[in-house]
Write a protein that binds this ligand. Sequence first.
Ligand SMILES: *[C@@H]1O[C@H](CO)[C@@H](O)[C@H](O)[C@H]1NC(C)=O
Ligand SMILES: [Ca+2]
Ligand SMILES: [Ca+2]
Length: 231
Amino acid sequence: MVKISVFLCLLVSSIVCLSVEASEEVKEMDQEVKDTKEPEKKPDLKIEVVSLPEKGCDKDARKSQRLDILSMKYTGFLENGTKFESTDDHNNEFSFQLGVGQVIQGWERGMLDMCVGEKRKLTVPPHLAYGDIGAGERIPPASTLIFECELVKIDNGPKPTNVFNEIDTDKDGFITRKEVSEFLMKHSEDKIEPESEEHQNALDNIFLHEDKDKDGQISKEEFSGPKHDEL
Ligand SMILES: *[C@@H]1O[C@H](CO)[C@@H](O)[C@H](O)[C@H]1NC(C)=O
Ligand SMILES: [Ca+2]
Ligand SMILES: [Ca+2]
């Protein structure tokens, strides 16, 4: 159940399910020189290994892989250097399961094959982050995101639940607003008032991101969360 509620937090707004004050801190960053004419091709994820731990990262070392639970320290910046989130702000590592749709694609791909203690810098283009929509107040539409991160711990993860099937209670292959609403109410730790503005906004946000063809339902294809039964 914990995993599911984490996943929903991710759906609702940002990468992490943590309430953080908007931060206007600015950090000096090198301005990247950009070509004026970009080819049509979408930019790739850029993964830079900043440092490896002195010990324990040889070729036999445990490296992060799909379904592992990773604990990370990270700070996220917009391209102009504005910090939008950091685990340093709340002295808490962020844990998630790799490969089940809990985090943005840039993380799914950028956190593979890492040693404990390894530091990376990820430059995530919008289509592998929050796309043309952005997220919340801190991440504007079409933002490239830069993450400085360190892998602190790797744990074995459980087989993921097929969240799509859980939400789709009538099993017609589509998720309606009512089904999402009931699912959220069932799994939330706090009591949710179905008619509250907060709850309605959360639903709006989910459909904004997930209902790509705007027909009012989320198809299995559209759904970004875990939707396959694992072997
Ligand atoms: C960077 O971009 C964000 C979002 O557009 C904006 O709020 C912030 O003021 C900008 N910071 C600088 C230093 O330009
Ligand atoms: Ca349904
Ligand atoms: Ca749809």
